[in-house]
Design a protein around this ligand. Sequence first.
Ligand code: DC
Length: 226
Amino acid sequence: MQREGRNLVVAIDGPAGAGKSTVARQVSRDLGYIYIDTGAMYRALTLKALRQGISLSDEEALTRLAQETEIRLTYKDHTQVIIMDGEDVSVEIRSPEVSRNVSLVARVPGVRTEMVKLQRKLAERGGVVMDGRDIGSYVLPEAECKVFLTASPRERAIRRARDLEASGYEVDIDQLEQEIITRDQIDSTREMAPLLQAPDAILVDTSDMSFNEVVEKIKEYILQKK
Ligand code: DC
């Protein structure tokens, strides 16, 4: 652990499948920083909306839900645990049903307003690595270190296929690649806080890099800023 110097705020953004969460977790561990996975917050709210049978096109109801839900993050062995209204939902938020529906909840402006308030509060004291889609461009524009992590759609499709195959699914890589291209398009063109590389973020294309190379590159960049 290298915790000397200032406690910086590190924002890691990028599309799904670029490796943000594994990289962000490792970097935060090595630096003794707190890792904050913002996607988990949108997932927790989605889980609650699904449980309550709220229509995911009812923006008012989703906004109210976001306002009345208590989301807390705690840590067990360096792993983030997400507590929603007192319940540990860390496992359930990764279900395929939540994954399929979360982008419908994340696009609601009233939901984003509430989540962003919480994210800014968590970053107040520094010493955090926060990953998401809009962290460097919208949530924490003052972050000292901004990384935009990406990989080609093909490479992301191959990685996703590996995960799916390991879980026993049959996959068609061409189809996965096409789905990734379509989702990138939706995420990058939504009205509020789209997926965007902040002008002062460094671009790291992980297509031809190993996990360790990516982690080392980001740590080097952070240490330069200290
Ligand atoms: O990273 P993830 O797959 O857990 O993200 C879940 C969803 O939340 C995904 O649809 C993108 C969205 N999201 C977002 O809009 N803004 C963030 N800061 C983080 C995630």
